[in-house]
Write a protein that binds this ligand. Structure first.
Ligand SMILES: *[C@@H]1O[C@H](CO)[C@@H](O)[C@H](O)[C@H]1NC(C)=O
Ligand SMILES: *[C@@H]1O[C@H](CO)[C@@H](O)[C@H](O)[C@H]1NC(C)=O
Length: 279
C-alpha cells in the first residue's frame, strides 16, 4: 500500500502542495517552534537503496517511538529503558544510543515509497520531525531517430514530466505531461506521441527531441529522475563508415598474418641454431 499519500491531515497536505519542500521545512519549523519549542525539524537526503539515519537528539527516560508523520498509531521502531525493537522490518533504533540521548532511527533501504515526514515521540510528545528525501536518479539515454524514448515513472504518486530542450529548433521547453494513476494529461503536440504503460513512451523521436526529461513529484515538487537524452543518427564510432570498415578489417588480418609468419621464422631459426650448436 502506498502510505505516503494519506498520512497527512488535509490542512497540512494543502500546505505541502502549495510550497516547495524547502519552504515547507521553514513553515513547519515556524509552526513547531511556536507550538513546541523543543521539537527539531530537518531533512535527510540519501541515494536510492542506501540506509538513512533520521537524527533526533533528545533526553527521554520513557518510551520512544518513531512513526510516519501524523500517523502515530503506525509505529516503526521503539525503545524503552530495557530494550529497543523494530516493529516494522527495515526500521531500527539502537539501545546504547537511546541511553545516550541519541534517538536516531535508521532506515536500512531508503526507496521512493519511504519518502516523506517521520516523527519521533517521547512518551507521546512530538520531539523530532524529519523529512526523508531520495537523490534524483540520473540516466543518460542515447537513441536513434524514430526509436521510442521510455521514461520510467519510479513512483505511484502524481508526477509531471518537464522537458528542457538542447535543440533550439526543437519543441519548447517546459511541462509536457502529468501522470496521475492511470491517467495522463499531455500538451497537444505530445498527445499522439506519448503513451502510458508502466512507463511513459515517447514514440517516433527526432533529433530535435534531445534534451533533459525531468520526472517530478507534483505533491512535494521533488525531482525524482532526470533523463539526459541524445537522439542522433551517426554514432561517434568511425567503424560504422563502410569505406573504413573493409581496409581496417583487411589491415588487421594482414597484421595477424605477418605476426604468425614472424613467429614461425623465429622458432625455425632458433631450432636451427640449437641443432648447429649440438653438432
Ligand atoms: C546516533 O545513532 C545512530 C545509529 O542509530 C548513529 O548512526 C549516529 O552516528 C549516532 N549519532 C551520534 C551523534 O552519536
Ligand atoms: C531546466 O530548465 C530550467 C529553466 O530553464 C532550469 O531552471 C532547470 O534547472 C533545468 N533543469 C535541468 C535538470 O537541467
Amino acid at each position: 500500500m502506498d502510505n505516503s499519500s494519506d498520512y497527512r491531515s488535509e490542512d497540512s497536505r494543502s500546505v505541502m502542495q502549495s510550497c516547495s519542500s524547502t519552504v515547507c521545512v521553514l513553515i513547519l519549523l515556524t509552526t513547531t517552534l511556536t507550538t513546541d519549542s523543543e521539537s527539531a525539524v530537518h531533512s535527510v537526503k540519501v541515494n536510492l537503496h542506501d540506509s538513512a539515519t533520521l537524527s533526533c537528539s533528545e533526553r527521554c527516560s520513557g518510551l520512544v517511538r518513531w512513526t510516519v508523520y501524523h500517523k502515530p498509531t503506525d509505529v516503526l521502531a521503539e525503545c524503552d529503558q530495557t530494550s529497543c525493537r523494530s516493529v516494522k522490518e527495515g526500521y531500527q533504533m539502537i539501545h546504547d544510543e537511546y541511553l545516550k540521548g541519541n534517538l536516531s532511527l535508521t532506515i536500512t533501504d531508503a526507496d521512493f515509497s519511504k519518502r516523506g515526514w517521520y516523527t519521533c515521540w517521547c512518551d507521546n510528545k512530538d520531539v523530532c520531525d524529519v523529512n526523508l528525501q531520495i537523490e534524483p536518479l540520473n540516466t543518460p539515454v542515447q537513441i536513434k531517430p524514430g526509436e521510442s524514448l521510455v521514461l520510467k515513472l519510479d513512483i505511484l504518486d502524481p508526477v509531471k514530466v518537464i522537458y528542457n530542450s538542447t535543440d533550439a529548433a526543437g519543441p519548447s521547453s517546459g511541462q509536457i505531461c502529468t501522470v496521475d494513476g492511470r491517467s495522463t494529461q499531455c500538451k497537444p503536440e505530445y498527445k499522439q506521441k506519448m503513451a502510458l504503460f508502466s512507463a511513459l513512451e515517447l514514440r517516433g523521436t527526432t533529433p530535435s527531441d534531445s534534451g533533459d526529461y525531468i520526472i517530478m513529484d507534483i505533491r512535494n515538487e521533488e525531482v525524482i529522475h532526470i533523463y539526459t537524452v541524445t537522439i542522433k543518427d551517426d554514432q561517434p564510432c568511425p567503424c560504422r563508415d563502410q569505406r573504413a570498415v573493409v581496409p581496417a578489417w583487411m589491415f588487421a588480418l594482414t597484421m595477424v598474418a605477418l605476426v604468425i609468419v614472424c613467429l614461425v621464422s623465429v622458432v625455425r631459426s632458433l631450432r636451427k641454431r640449437r641443432e648447429t650448436e649440438r653438432h
